[in-house]
Design a protein around this ligand. Structure first.
Ligand code: NAD
Ligand code: UPG
Length: 333
């Protein structure tokens, strides 16, 4: 059985759906701080619990002694917020995750697939980023994820933990059947915010900076579909079980798009024109992040299947399903 921590969140719920489709046994553990109970099918075991609570964690591993792997998504994940509220990030992403690792050791659960991030690299010295690029994060969020990568390395040597650190680039898109998708309150991610403008929930999109060293002055990111990420988790888990070696892998499409290019693609897919306002840069944003995922292809046979257009099409499908009924009711900005 696989314990999916944070399985009611955005990437977690798509991974749970994918694992069920592969006929894996799954238990979800989530405190529903940013996740949604309705994102997890009712016939899947669900524990509402907090990683910060040892009793909750003991309950998980005692109730399901057949757990062999943890897939760990639970964290706070907003770069800008982490600059202004670092304590919140160190507490949940570091302290609570070390509690999870210690509890895994206590219950002799050996394998963990961990949500790391390309934000661990900091300002790129070269592109595309490969896994051997130096890790010098420029925001607290990236630092918390790097600390856990380093902790897992030491736990692996000392306690035999086997880990896959999956360094995602920008997760985006939604399930093909539009039953689950990206839904954060408040939303901070670019694509759902631009879709909010398309659907009439928001008047305009703020573009954070137009003076970066990029062709149109706006930040470049590498967008990767959540279903491709889900597939990578499944493959990484099987590698840990079968090959018994640790993994550190980038997961991206290998292609970068500026903020303005994303807005343009949303206009193409939705047929709506998007109002935008250029505002100041957001703290902690590197200019360009693009990843090479060649190592993931070589080691676990993973190649992304979704390109930008399909990413935005599936995200739009979910957005219409979720928010279409309340069209033209603006959010408070
Ligand atoms: N979204 C991205 O583009 C992206 C990119 C790189 C890495 N990541 C990482 O992927 C993971 C998932 O991201 P997401 O976008 O799905 O976020 P999310 O906020 O949608 O999901 C996180 C889930 O974890 C749960 N959670 C948080 N703290 C918890 C705790 N202490 N105990 C129990 N449950 C807790 C939340 O309720 C939520 O369901 C995060 O670790 C994030 O850092 C995300
Ligand atoms: O209203 C907005 C929101 C975002 N952006 C820009 O759009 C890009 C993407 O931003 P966002 O969607 O917030 O993602 P990131 O800040 O790149 O961070 C995401 O992607 C990282 C990997 O690159 C992960 O580590 C993080 O968890 C995840 O939140 C950035 O250049 C932002 O400055 C805007 O211009 N306006």
């Amino acid at each position: 059985m696989i314990a999916v921590i944070g399985g009611a969140g955005y990437i977690g719920s798509h991974t749970v759906k994918y694992l069920i489709e592969q006929e894996e046994q799954v238990v979800v553990f989530d405190k529903l701080s940013t996740g949604h109970r309705e994102f997890v099918p009712l016939n899947i075991p669900f524990i509402e619990g907090d990683l910060g609570n040892q009793d909750n964690l003991d309950n998980l591993f005692k109730s399901y002694p057949e757990i062999h792997t943890v897939i760990h998504f639970a964290a706070f994940a907003n770069v800008g917020e982490s600059v202004n509220h670092p304590a919140k990030y160190y507490q949940n992403n570091v302290v609570n995750t070390i509690r999870l690792l210690d509890t895994m050791i206590k219950y002799k659960v050996k394998n963990i697939v961990f949500s790391s991030t390309c934000a661990t690299y900091g300002e790129p010295l070269f592109l595309p980023l490969t896994e051997d690029h130096p890790q010098n994060p420029i925001n607290p969020y990236g630092k918390t994820k790097l600390m856990i990568e380093q902790t897992m390395e030491d736990y692996s040597v000392a306690y035999g933990l086997k880990y896959a650190a999956l360094r995602y680039f920008n997760a985006a898109g939604a399930s093909e059947d539009a039953t689950i998708g990206e839904w954060h309150e408040p939303e901070t991610h670019l694509i759902p915010l631009v879709l909010d403008v398309a659907i009439g929930r928001r008047e305009y999109i703020s573009v954070y900076g137009s003076d970066f060293d990029t062709p149109d002055g706006t930040c470049i990111r590498d967008y990767i579909h959540v279903i491709d990420l889900a597939d990578a988790h499944y493959k990484a888990m099987n590698y840990l079980i079968e090959v018994n070696q640790n993994l550190k892998l980038n997961l991206g499409n290998g292609e970068g798009f500026t903020v303005l290019e994303i807005i343009h693609e949303v206009e193409k897919v939705t047929g709506k024109s998007i109002e935008k306002k250029i505002v100041d840069r957001r703290a902690g944003d590197p200019a360009r992040l693009i990843g090479s995922s060649r190592k993931a292809e070589e080691l676990i046979g993973w190649t992304p299947q979704y390109k930008l257009e399909q990413i935005i099409e599936t995200a739009w499908g979910w957005h219409k399903e979720q928010f279409g009924k309340i069209i033209n009711v603006p959010l408070s900005q």
